[in-house]
Design a protein around this ligand. Structure first.
Ligand SMILES: CC(C)CCC[C@@H](C)[C@H]1CC[C@H]2[C@@H]3CC=C4C[C@@H](O)CC[C@]4(C)[C@H]3CC[C@]12C
Length: 978
């Protein structure tokens, strides 16, 4: 590790602790991580020229080439400089031994410089107060005194890094990353020390709370309390089972959080109750076991004495028969413990070894006992246990208190009691676990079942919630009716034509406000129909009323969809019909496949639970992540070239634009298309695409959508992907290079390059930039994606569209929001646009806002399949007809991706390393021979200045499809990548 002073770890007790713990138990992954970190340590450092996907490209670090062509010397120098720069950042350690942090550290306050949030340019003075583990700031100290901070950070959950030389401190607090500068060296030291102290204090606080929470098996805590205990909802206190629903991970947002967090929390509550009960059960079983051993001894004695009795003929034949029965039964049931079937099974001599056996079975957590709880037969009850273990009653009746059998009988009865209790507990737990499973599934299940879900769920913890939801909906229905009536009146009086959904904005907002709690979570997972939908509320609410508040969300969704079609919005589900059927009648959603391609990936995503990403990443703050090889489990089974083709998922918008007369309308559709590129990232924060190898290509021919797409990895350092797509109606091309910044808890991806769309029919040429993507909560359970910045679309007619992607914030509900405007060449506003990049884009203002685009529904089990949409599922499908048509460089032939797709992680890992190594060797060989790699299908034009990162343009050479048509790939001596 060159130079970076390693004094840091992630808040140990929080996010990463569990992962680390698991690492210890997973030698395979430990091995992987080790080899990865070794590779990391070889890698180059750079703070500036980061690129997308942290893949291994440590060629330079390993290159045996000593004398490089002179052109590379400068490059080398720059690298060295960058290396030094990267090395200056120190990460503030979290204290492994959190002792002595319980004393409240003294408060520190003063003026510091804070970098502006967005764009990250310029510094301003702010007044900071560091108190009880949190850092607050405001413009003036008076604001803080009045309890009105502008921002505040929980230091216990943040990653702090510092650069002494520049008196800089960065605090990555999940949603926000604060960049702070201290005026003088002395003050810097003071602040840094204080920050460390406060962080330790806060972490200690969180840790003891966590411990307390574990101890007090949670029934005491209401689900809501639990969530509130963690102000940021992360760091091990908040456990959410829903994948990718970023809202549930947006801790401070109160909007709908109650409803969303309820189920997972309830599941947690049930689970911890269950584990307490199981603990008790274990104790019971242990004592029952002791009892059993005792009993066995008694039985031995008893059997001896009864044998002697029988020899004296004092026992009836019936009793003998019964006793035999008992012995046989025991033999049958405890055959594994009985050594000699001729012997009475329960002899005193078995106790040592057998009790050891029983012990093992009871204490081994993998024993069938602990595993079989859910499958425990409900029919198995106390009486069957009685039958198995107790002597027949006829025997008991005959025993006198002095009989050795008396002891046995007492013991047996006691044992029966104990076992019955255990069974009861087990049955109870089984029910509870069933509930947990239901709760968990319901959280992510499609909304068509939601009415029922709520009802069932309401049985234990949610009735008041359901009642209040019903109440809210009822009120909304009433309000709607009133407003509708008023609107009707106004309409008939004024005869004003009102376009689009005939509701006022205020109603929409009312509706949203009142129904937000329930409605959002009701319909979320199946269709992204959500609070920002502007579908006709009449139908929706009438439906709700008609079904007596137990709304059928699938109908809601259909309403929404029809409406969208009427309104001219484009969505995959509505237009392609490629998703689960919304027919509430059909029990199983029907998967319609209009493309003939596969509808499912071969295997679900592997678990990343054992992976300590933090261990891997902590040494890389400030490094160029393109040089860091990441374990393959962090990948989704497609490459960046394929991921980029997903930007054409909603190409219908371009088709529509090419048929639209009005140039401003066209711009609106182009804007929707630009926003739609981000639609899928919402549920895809967990994995990154594979970094394409230099020379790798990917084509995507979609006859159904009428376009063909081709892309190539044209540069490796920095990684640049170029792509081109064409259809009857449009041309689309872009070259993209992604700068990556790693802040400690989050990673920022800043794509450079321009997206181009040409509509030949109108001679329109549109260009736009990309906004920044940020993956938050990298090391916590669930990562979530934010996208922010301005996306500006211009065209050759002087029409402009500016779209602002809002940065998520704790305090406002603007997360994922996009707001924009279309202006004419004079800068006059023509259209207003608004919506959410993960939910849809609307044009206009209320009451006539219309939906221009919304994402299609995701497959039902998308959480287990990398969050892939149907479009994404199809990308890596190697149809037999394509095998002989595609060039060998096509991503579909890439073995590591294929292996990952099939769920073979070790195979994928090995293959990935091999491919990367081969690439390294190719590069070294090329360097030695002075050969520069020339992309095959794209050419570089207009590179005026290397400093101007956007100076390079990659243009499609228009030779690919001809070569393909003439089956020329085989003779072309294309680069062998695998
Ligand atoms: C550590 C790990 C798992 C991080 C995962 C990062 C993933 C989610 C990041 C890495 C690069 C990102 C991509 C970078 C560029 C673009 C192009 C843009 O037009 C749409 C979004 C898109 C496609 C981003 C989606 C999210 C993305 C794929």
């Amino acid at each position: 590790m060159s130079g970076l002073r390693q004094i840091a770890t992630e808040p140990e007790s929080l996010d990463s602790k569990a992962l680390d713990g698991k690492m210890e138990r997973s030698p395979r992954l430990r091995h992987h991580t080790k080899s990865h970190s070794e590779r990391i340590s070889d890698s180059e450092l750079s703070t500036e020229t980061n690129s997308l996907s942290a893949e291994s490209n440590n060629e330079n670090g390993r290159s045996p080439v000593k004398s490089t062509p002179s052109g590379l010397d400068l490059h080398q120098q720059v690298k060295t400089k960058q290396r030094r720069r990267g090395a200056e950042w120190e990460i503030i350690d979290s204290f492994k031994n959190l002792q002595g942090g319980d004393q409240v550290p003294s408060t520190l306050e003063g003026v510091l410089l804070k970098k502006r949030k967005w764009p990250l340019k310029g510094w301003h003075k702010r007044y900071f107060v560091l108190e009880k583990g949190s850092l607050m700031y405001a413009k003036r100290s008076a604001d803080l005194a009045r309890g009105k901070p502008h921002g505040s950070v929980d230091l216990g959950l943040s990653v702090i890094s510092a650069k002494r030389r520049r008196c800089r401190i960065d605090i990555d607090a999940e949603v926000f990353i604060y960049h702070i500068k201290v005026k003088s060296r002395e003050e810097f030291g003071q602040w840094l020390e204080a920050l460390k102290e406060h962080r330790q204090f806060r972490q200690q606080q969180l840790q003891s709370r966590e411990a307390a929470q574990k101890m007090v098996a949670s029934p005491v805590l209401s689900p809501c309390n639990r969530d509130e205990m963690s102000p940021t909802g992360v760091g091990g206190l908040h456990v959410s089972t829903s994948f990718g629903t970023a809202e549930s991970l947006m801790p401070m947002s109160r909007e709908g959080s109650l409803m969303r967090s309820l189920k997972p929390s309830r599941a947690n509550m049930l689970l911890s109750e269950s584990s307490a009960a199981l603990e008790q059960l274990n104790n019971d079983i242990v004592s029952a076991q002791e009892r059993l051993i005792h009993l066995v001894k008694c039985a031995g004695a008893w059997s001896h004495s009864s044998d002697s009795q029988s020899t004296t003929g004092n026992i009836s034949p019936a009793t003998k028969k019964d006793r035999k029965k008992f012995v046989l039964r025991r033999k049958k049931n405890k055959s594994n413990t009985s050594t000699n079937s001729a012997e009475p099974p329960a002899s005193a001599s078995m106790s040592e070894s057998e009790s050891a056996n029983i012990n093992v079975a009871l204490h081994d957590k993998h024993s069938p006992l602990s595993c079989s709880i859910p499958s425990l037969s409900p029919s198995m009850n106390g009486s069957s246990a009685t039958e198995m273990l107790a002597p027949p009653m006829s025997d008991c009746n005959m025993l006198s208190p002095t009989d050795p059998g008396h002891d046995f009988l007492n013991g047996a009865q006691d044992l029966i009691g104990r076992i019955t209790t255990c069974l009861r507990t087990l049955n109870h737990e089984r029910e509870r676990l069933k509930l947990v499973i239901e709760t968990a599934t319901e959280t992510s299940s499609i909304s068509s079942r939601n009415g029922a879900t709520l009802q069932r769920d309401g049985g234990v913890a949610v009735p008041s919630m359901v009642a209040s939801l019903r109440c809210a909906l009822h009120m909304a229905v009433q309000q709607n009716n009133e407003l509708r009536a008023r609107l009707q009146k106004i309409r008939s009086e004024a005869e004003v034509a009102i376009e689009g959904p005939n509701l006022t904005m205020s109603l929409e907002l009312d509706l949203n406000a009142s129904a937000r709690l329930g409605h959002h979570s009701l319909s979320y997972s199946s269709s992204c129909v959500s609070q920002s939908e502007f579908f006709d509320a009449k139908e929706y609410l009438t439906d709700v009323a008609a079904s007596d508040s137990s709304s059928d969300a699938s109908e809601t969704e259909m309403e929404g969809e029809n409406e969208a079609e009427e309104e001219g919005s484009v969505s995959e589900a509505s237009e392609m019909g490629n998703e689960a059927s919304n027919d509430p009648e059909s029990p199983e959603p029907v998967v319609k496949c209009t493309t003939g391609r596969r509808t499912k990936l071969p295997a679900p995503k592997p678990s990343t639970e054992d992976l300590s990403l933090w261990n891997l990443m902590k040494r890389n703050i400030g490094k160029d992540l393109s040089k860091v090889s990441m374990p393959v489990v962090l990948n989704e089974p497609i490459g960046m070239l394929q991921r980029l083709s997903e930007e054409l998922e909603y190409s219908e918008l371009l088709d529509k634009a090419s048929e639209t007369e009005d140039p401003y309308e066209r711009m609106v559709l182009i804007a929707a298309f630009a926003v739609s590129a981000y639609g899928s990232s919402h549920v895809r924060a967990g994995h990154k695409p594979f970094n394409p190898l230099l020379g790798e290509t990917y084509e995507c021919v979609r006859e159904d959508k009428g376009f063909k797409y081709i892309s190539e990895q044209v540069s490796h350092h920095p990684p640049i992907s170029a792509c081109y797509a064409s259809s009857e109606n449009f041309e689309f091309w872009q070259d993209i290079r992604i700068k990556t910044k790693f802040w400690g808890k989050s990673m920022e991806f800043q794509p450079l390059g321009t997206v181009n769309v040409r509509l030949p029919r109108y001679e329109d040429h549109y260009r736009w930039n990309k906004v920044t993507t940020c993956v938050h909560n990298l090391f916590g359970g669930q990562r979530w994606v934010d996208q922010y910045g301005d996306l500006i679309i211009t065209n050759n007619k002087g029409i402009r569209c500016k779209l602002n992607f809002a940065k998520a914030s704790y305090w406002s509900s603007n997360r994922y929001e996009v707001v924009g405007s279309v202006t004419d060449p004079d800068g006059k506003l023509v259209h207003h646009l608004f919506g959410k990049w993960c939910e849809g884009l609307y044009c206009g203002v209320a009451p006539s806002a219309r939906c221009v685009w919304r994402p299609g529904a995701l497959p039902e089990d998308h959480e287990h399949y990398y969050g892939f949409s149907r479009f994404a599922i199809e990308l890596n499908d190697l149809e037999p007809s394509l095998v002989d048509v595609l060039p060998p460089t096509d991503s579909r032939f890439r073995p590591d991706q294929r292996l990952l797709e099939e769920g073979n992680v070790p195979g994928a890992e090995a293959s990935k390393l091999q491919l990367e190594q081969a690439q390294r060797e190719r590069r070294i060989a090329n360097e030695q021979r002075g050969i520069k790699h020339e992309p095959r299908w794209f050419r570089c034009t207009a590179s005026n200045s290397v400093a101007d990162e956007d100076g390079e343009k990659w243009e499609f050479a228009h030779t690919y499809w001809d070569a393909r048509a003439q089956s020329k790939f085989r003779d072309m001596n294309l680069i062998r990548l695998w």
